[in-house]
Design a protein around this ligand. Structure first.
Ligand code: CA
Length: 337
């Protein structure tokens, strides 16, 4: 089995997650007490109503680090200098997973540094001039498909004078999503192609509105020299190819053969997958964006759906790039034997 792991993008999401579950109580407390808290991605002086703190950065496989600035703040100007240190609370991973229904692992120690552990609120300040800094390193090498989380929290706050550490805003979760593509030029040995003979196929559009020449049916006719070819998402606002299966399958992956209508610059580069389960009306979007490598002639590329998705009755591939004109000559779905 020639299975390649290719991180396409890594998106880190920071969220003041604890505030989601208990902000109302703490908001009440905020009125009563002078709270010390941490946040990220919010401009100094922002309203305290912005308790759900979300920040996103994307990281490519070539970046070797991502920096996160986390601010030490107070609800009211502090009456004397308050100093705090930032630490990791490994026990909060389980709490995060049960609240978010995720299976994140704790970010391994090799993959981060707290480069600035200490921060100080000077007298009269509500936001410390100098932020804590957390740096993520080499996260493109991480392989847990469910991602990772790093709970960073306030520790050892000294100098408080009538204040208290916020119970709801003392932790920032750095979430690392892995957008993973498993492509290979070799079909995994335990895969069997799903019979295409009774598929009901459709597409968002066909190039030149010429269904006979570029329609969805040409992607399952077994011919490398006929292609579904589309206007592309930039020209037509949507670019998808769809099939309804005669009976549900447990989808382990799919393959795509390059389009043969026009030049190689129109070969599919990235896509997302959606499925509808038997009897369902809602789409389920596969969480990873798939990016294809260069096509080798008419050889298919195989994308692994991991874990396999059960009970798939309808399959849709949304072509993301190239965004003007793309398609494919053949597509196959696979189950495990
Ligand atoms: Ca074809």
């Amino acid at each position: 089995m020639n299975r390649h792991l290719n991180f396409v993008t890594l998106i880190c999401l920071i969220t003041g997650f604890v505030s989601l579950v208990s902000c109302s109580n703490d908001d009440d407390e905020m009125n009563k007490y002078q709270k010390i808290y941490i946040r990220t991605g919010v401009a100094p002086g922002a309203e305290m109503s912005a308790v759900v703190v979300v920040d996103r950065v994307s990281n490519s496989s070539t970046a070797d680090r991502s920096d996160f600035e986390i601010q030490l703040c107070a609800v009211q100007p502090v009456s004397r200098e308050v100093t705090a240190t930032l630490g990791i609370d490994t026990l909060k991973v389980n709490a995060y997973n049960s609240a978010k229904k995720t299976k994140c692992e704790l970010l391994p120690g090799d993959n981060y540094d707290i480069e600035k552990k200490e921060s100080t609120l000077k007298t009269g300040q509500t936001v410390a001039e100098s932020s804590f800094r957390v740096v993520l390193k080499n996260i493109e090498k991480l392989s847990n498909p469910d991602g990772y989380v790093l709970p960073v929290m306030l520790k050892e706050v000294t100098g408080m004078d009538g204040q208290a550490v916020s119970t709801s805003m003392n932790t920032v979760y750095i979430r690392i999503y892995a957008s993973i593509l498993y492509t290979g030029y070799t079909k995994p040995a335990d895969w069997a192609a799903v019979d295409r003979s009774a598929w009901d196929v459709s597409c968002s559009n066909a190039y030149a509105n010429d269904d006979a020449r570029y329609g969805a049916h040409l992607a399952i006719d077994g011919e490398a020299n006929t292609s579904w070819f589309s206007w592309g998402v930039a020209n037509a606002e949507e670019c998808w190819w769809n099939t309804v299966l005669p009976r549900p399958v447990t989808l382990a992956g799919f393959s795509v053969t390059k389009q043969s209508a026009y030049g190689s610059s129109y070969n599919l580069k990235s896509a997302e997958i959606k499925v509808r389960k038997d009897g369902a009306t809602e789409w389920v979007t596969y969480q990873r964006t798939l990016t294809f490598r260069s096509f080798k002639g008419n050889e298919p590329q195989y994308a692994v759906i991991e874990p396999p998705i059960g009970d798939v009755k309808e399959f849709r591939i949304n072509c993301l790039s190239p965004d003007s004109y793309t398609g494919f000559a053949e597509i196959n779905l696979f189950v495990k034997q």
